[in-house]
Ligand binder design. Structure first.
Ligand code: NAX
Length: 713
């Protein structure tokens, strides 16, 4: 677990850190210790909840015999509980959105504990049904509220693991019910077992009364003041309608409902089944179940949580796929267990059931994240989960030109809050703090949070975008080889930090030069970030090329489309004028001077950076910042039809370029960074030579930094 995430205190602060609003965390003055304290109480209550659920099946036979219940009547005792649980759930949700949740939860725990004691005191089937219905109501109150509290306490990146840990209470409770519960029932009576199980719950209800109530949604990283406002406003009817028409949500709910349908029957009848069908004694059945069920559940939960956390970084659908695979595997194991009538082999059945059960926690992580994001987007515009953008070298000249526009909303749109996580070397932090002050003074409504730090892991924590600007700029007279050796080492550490700390869907844009090779180095140290998430900036060259073409043709720059920069962000790049269009026709038809392209256009674009340095005494800054923001925006939105844009990406071998190089191609995006390389472009012999020359340069740069490349190279 990453420290700050796991702490529940969200993005922590460091000596060099400063926050414009509250950082992601439980809010209401809660610390990480409180978060884990609350977790411990909820875990214990959950354990008791599970113990009580398994106690009924553990003592079902002696109870049925004493009360002379038919199997149907015995089954109804569980059904009554589930019906009251399901019917009460929506009311609890409504109340939990409005009241102090720990108090509401304490009432629920008290009701169910008293009802458990009541089950032990029941003398008739009617009394027993009444007690079980109350257990359902109390359990539902706890179940609904506990999850909402946990998800407010712990950030998205660790939730699957926190929930998996929370659900570990289930196997322990089940084991206690099956072993101790049935032993008490055999040594004394089943009544005593319920009396013993109910009593500790009353004590825990008192403890729950003292728990703090975290601000709702705070772990999503939105400013606490805004969240409080949202708490007051509450969800609208439109939010619920949105939820209902969301297929991910509805499929998940149906999936859960069906899994509960299967599991409900199993839980009630498994001990009886072993006794009646497999001719086991009650003690032997309890022994096997008490050993196998918890082991299988622990295994399932640990593996399920781990797998989902791990693979959701690569593919967010893993949160669905892991439970789906587990559920699909379950019936096969079940059939195997039924076919072999040897009792220990029932383990296979139980393992399958437990594994499927464990994956419920993963469903829940996903629902909650989605619901929160949805509700906040629908509330007021500033309620949306912010996009976390980490910028390195934020105190430099490009950084200064970039941050204000980023915070203003031009990149991600007018409804999308942004959180800035800025990295600088330690000596540059004081100046960067001045920039933070200025950002604060701009009062950008979409800037939900910002911090500056000299620690890469902190800057990249949960980042959705990382813009790597930090590094030495090329000085007049500095060779490219000098620059490569000077900047390359920065990207080994930053690549590792991205790998370890960034969000699951992180995208990385490398601006610092040599940007293609720096991108290659960083990527080689971040094996968990897929290859389609890495970009090197050639947008500035694209913009320069478009401006040159527009100026030569005497048209507005907006008329110039389909400008491609092929290859390296260096003198060997090929600004492709042959496939470019001016006002919808090939650029070559509008500009008839063929020698201008080769003798003026290509060298001007390729050497523009050097010309700016000569003229200004410093490298391009505002135009570079503009290009960086343009690159991110182009990937974030859909590319307008009839156009494309350029960026260095990991070559897949398209256009004969060696796979794995960071090579600039023409790209189109479908939005949400879902991009592809434009295929089928005409490349004549002259263009071919230029494409290959740039690829050769990139290969030699790669060779020059071989010692800096990591495991994913
Ligand atoms: P500045 O020197 O103004 O800023 C660079 C900043 O990076 C400094 O504040 C420095 O303290 C910081 N820094 C250095 N090492 C760092 C590290 N290890 N971690 C975090 N921060 C670190 O340069 P600036 O003009 O902003 O240029 C930044 C980079 O962009 C340079 O490498 C430059 O070559 C590159 N450029 C890339 C362009 C492109 O089209 N891809 C064009 C413009 C620019 O030349």
């Amino acid at each position: 677990m990453q420290g700050s995430d796991a702490s529940g205190a969200g993005l922590g602060s460091s000596p060099g850190s400063r926050s414009a609003g509250a950082s992601a965390g439980p809010g209401r003055g809660m610390t990480a210790r409180w978060a884990w304290g609350v977790f411990a109480v909820l875990f214990l209550v959950h354990l008791l909840d599970s113990l009580d659920r398994w106690l009924l099946p553990a003592v079902l036979r002696p109870m049925s015999e004493e009360l002379e219940l038919t199997d149907t009547q015995a089954g109804w005792l569980a059904t009554v509980l589930l019906i009251s649980y399901a019917l009460w759930g929506p009311f609890v949700g409504y109340l939990a959105d409005r009241l102090w949740r720990p108090r509401l939860m304490a009432v629920g725990i008290a009701v169910w504990s008293l009802a458990t004691v009541g089950t032990g005191l029941a003398r008739s089937y009617g009394e027993m049904q009444m007690a079980r219905a109350l257990v359902g109501i109390g359990g539902s109150t706890f179940g609904v509220i506990a999850l909402t509290i946990l998800m407010d306490l712990f950030a998205r990146g660790v939730r699957a693991r926190v929930l998996s840990a929370f659900y570990l209470a289930m196997p322990i409770g089940a084991a206690l019910a099956l072993s101790l519960g049935s032993a008490i029932a055999r040594a004394a009576t089943w009544h005593t077992a319920f009396l013993v199980a109910g009593a500790p719950g009353l004590l825990l209800a008192l403890v729950a009364l003292a728990l703090p109530d975290p601000v709702r949604g705070t772990s999503e990283g939105v400013d606490e003041q805004r969240l409080r406002l949202h708490e007051r406003v509450g969800p609208s009817q439109e939010d619920y309608v949105d939820l209902m028409v969301n297929s991910s949500y509805t499929y998940s709910v149906f999936g859960l409902a069906f899994s509960m349908f299967a599991i409900g029957g199993l839980v009630v009848w498994l001990p009886t089944f072993l006794v009646v069908v497999h001719d086991m004694t009650a003690a032997r059945a309890s022994f096997w179940l008490a050993a196998i069920v918890p082991a299988a559940m622990v295994l399932g939960m640990a593996i399920g949580g781990w797998l989902a956390d791990r693979y959701s970084r690569v593919n967010p659908r893993a949160l669905f796929l892991v439970p789906a695979v587990a559920m699909l595997g379950s019936p096969r194991c079940r059939r195997a267990a039924w076919a072999r009538r040897a009792s220990p082999l029932t383990a296979a059945r139980v393992v399958a059931f437990a594994f499927g059960r464990s994956t419920i926690s993963i469903h829940l992580v996903m629902f909650r994240s989605w619901i929160k994001a949805r509700l906040f987007r629908k509330g007021e515009s500033t309620m949306t989960t912010p996009i976390r953008v980490a910028v390195t070298g934020a105190g430099g000249q490009i950084g200064y030109a970039l941050l204000f526009r980023l915070a203003s909303g031009v990149v991600f749109g007018p409804d999308q809050p942004v959180a800035l996580q800025l990295l600088e070397i330690t000596p540059a932090l004081p100046a960067l703090n001045g920039t933070l002050m200025e950002l604060e003074d701009c009062a950008f409504p979409l800037l939900s949070e910002m911090k500056a730090t000299d620690k890469a892991e902190e800057a990249f924590a949960r980042a959705d975008w990382v813009i790597l600007v930090g590094g030495l700029p090329r000085k007049d007279g500095m060779s490219r080889a000098d620059l490569i050796r000077a900047n390359g080492p920065i990207f080994t550490g930053q690549g590792k930090a991205i790998n370890d700390a960034a969000g699951p869907g992180v995208r990385v844009l490398t601006v610092a030069n040599p940007c293609n090779t720096n991108c290659l180095i960083a990527r080689s140290h971040a094996p968990r970030v897929p290859s389609d998430r890495w970009f090197a900036m050639t947008r500035l060259d694209q913009n320069r090329a478009a401006s040159q073409l527009a100026r030569k043709a005497g048209v507005p720059v907006a008329s110039v489309k389909k400008v491609t920069i092929w290859g390296n962000h260096s003198d060997t790049q090929y600004p492709d004028y042959k496939n470019a269009e001016i006002a919808g026709v090939p650029a070559g038809s509008v500009i008839s001077d063929a020698t201008w392209f080769t003798e003026t256009f290509i060298p001007t674009v390729a050497k523009r950076g050097g010309a700016v340095i000569k003229a200004r005494g410093a490298s391009s800054a505002a135009s570079a910042a503009n290009a960086a923001l343009g690159s991110v925006h182009a990937l974030h939105v859909s590319t307008p039809s009839g156009d494309w844009f350029s960026a260095g990406v990991v070559s897949d071998g398209s256009y004969g370029i060696p796979a794995g190089l960071i090579y600039s191609y023409p790209l189109v995006s479908k939005g949400g960074c879902n991009w592809s390389i434009v295929q089928g472009m005409h490349i004549d012999d002259e263009a071919r030579k230029r494409l290959d020359a740039s690829a050769a340069e990139l290969i030699s740069e790669r060779d020059a930094v071989k010692d800096l490349l990591g495991p994913a190279a």
